[in-house]
Write a protein that binds this ligand. Structure first.
Ligand SMILES: Cc1ncc(COP(=O)(O)O)c(C=O)c1O
Length: 419
């Protein structure tokens, strides 16, 4: 009889993890199967957790929400920092921005090269976005460029851990300290990443995570804010839940407090019980997800590293929780052709990211030089990376890419010979 994970249908199976670089081929992969960029794990453990939470009948923020927050605190090894869960990372970033009082007249220095969720969460307060360049090796915000952009209106820096690589948070914290700024770390891509041996989220100022549909682990939609000051935690809880001062503790016991005050403008972005239960099930497996994805990234590196047409990120993935696997196509003019070539072979790709400074909504935003961003936005290409992949799937992606560059080289040679 097939094991339970094989009976669940496409997208749900969980092949056992094998010691060694990659999992061996399973029946799930055939040449005709489309290879998506993402494929979240939604197997039996996850479904069972959701079922149990549904049967318990307490759907709103409740005991499971607190259990999920505690689970995150334990996983990250937090002793003096606290997690406040939210219904997305965008809302986590938004309430972080409200916490530090961002508003009209303020500026916040952000990489242009990130998902627009970050810019939208911050500009929603009325603050002005200032676009900053990224460093060429990690595509994380460049601290020297940050320094050059600070004015007396600057209130905060948005630091993004691109694809799971940690940004230079210590240096950014130092800059913030010198200028009286706050640092909001958008760690949507970096749950589980270590920076100098410390889990992202266990240090710094304010850290926001995403547990969206395709992230390292998912609550379907979800996020969290981590801060070090207990007073900030209380304010974040109020911001998360309609400015209500005292209902959270009762809800954490699956109860309601009918006598409360509203002490500030709040929002409604808490994480309910069913997503929290799913998050707890995913959290129990996240080390396996991370280990697998590290293996797959190393496999891609080994198979693609000799191609002159690609630039790979220089990391051995040790301590990195890779959310996506990104290559840079050295000749930007070839990127769309490569996308089409892979698509014709059933392999999907993504682009992380467009430059937000190009969006019409941010046309008037102040900006520094964006040379690295301009080039990166034309070169980056995201390849399929899932929590469970088999060798055949990885090889399909690899052979699609290799055949593209081999054909391009043959074409160039042919032209040279006939010239
Ligand atoms: C860098 C970054 N920040 C924030 C977000 C928003 O996360 P969420 O979808 O949980 O709101 C994303 C989503 O992909 C992202 O890539």
């Amino acid at each position: 009889m097939l094991p339970a994970w094989r009976l669940l249908g496409r997208g749900l199976e969980r092949p056992p993890r094998r010691e060694g670089p990659v999992i061996t081929a399973t029946a799930a992969t055939t040449a005709s199967v489309h290879v998506p960029v993402y494929r979240p794990y939604l197997g039996e453990e996850v479904q069972e957790a959701a079922r149990a939470a549904l049967e318990a009948g307490w759907l709103g923020m409740g005991k499971l929400s607190r259990d999920f927050e505690t689970g995150l605190e334990d996983y990250l090894g937090l002793t003096d920092r606290h997690v406040v869960s939210t219904n997305s990372c965008t809302e986590a970033l938004h309430i972080a921005a409200r916490l530090i009082g961002l508003g009209p007249g303020d500026e916040v220095i952000c990489p242009s090269f990130t998902y627009v969720a970050g810019h939208q969460a911050l500009s929603r307060t009325g603050a002005d976005i200032v676009f900053c360049d990224v460093e060429p090796d990690t595509l994380c915000i460049d601290p020297d460029q940050v320094r050059a952009l600070i004015t007396d209106r600057t209130r905060a820096i948005l630091a993004v851990d691109y694809l799971g690589l940690p940004c230079k948070l210590d240096e950014l914290m130092q800059i913030a300290h010198e200028h009286g700024l706050r640092v909001i770390e958008d760690a949507a891509h970096a749950f589980g990443t270590l920076s100098d041996g410390r889990p992202v989220g266990s240090f710094g100022d304010i850290t926001c995570f995403s547990f969206g549909p395709v992230k390292m682990m998912t609550t379907l939609e979800g996020g969290a804010v981590v801060t070090g000051d207990p007073a900030d935690t209380q304010v974040l809880r109020e911001l998360r839940h309609l400015g209500i001062d005292s209902d959270t503790d009762a809800r954490y016991r699956n109860q309601r407090n009918w006598d409360f005050d509203v002490v500030r403008q709040g929002y409604r972005c808490h994480l309910g019980s069913v997503p929290s239960a799913i998050g707890l099930a995913q959290l129990a497996m996240v080390d396996e997800f991370i280990g697998n994805r590290q293996d797959y990234c190393r496999y891609y590196d080994a198979q693609l590293g000799d191609l002159d047409g690609l630039q790979l990120f220089e990391t051995d993935w040790e301590g990195i929780a890779p959310y996506i696997y990104v290559v840079r196509v050295r000749d930007p003019e070839l990127r769309q052709d490569l996308v089409e070539h892979l698509k014709s072979r059933g392999v999907a790709t993504g682009i992380h990211f467009l430059g937000a400074h190009e969006f019409s909504f941010y046309a008037d935003a102040r900006r520094g030089p964006l040379d690295v961003t301009e080039l990166a936005t034309q070169q980056v290409l995201t390849l399929p990376l899932h929590p469970y992949m088999d060798t055949a799937t990885l090889d399909r992606v690899v052979s699609g890419i290799r055949s593209f560059f081999e054909a391009a080289a043959d074409g160039a040679e042919g032209i040279a010979q006939t010239a």
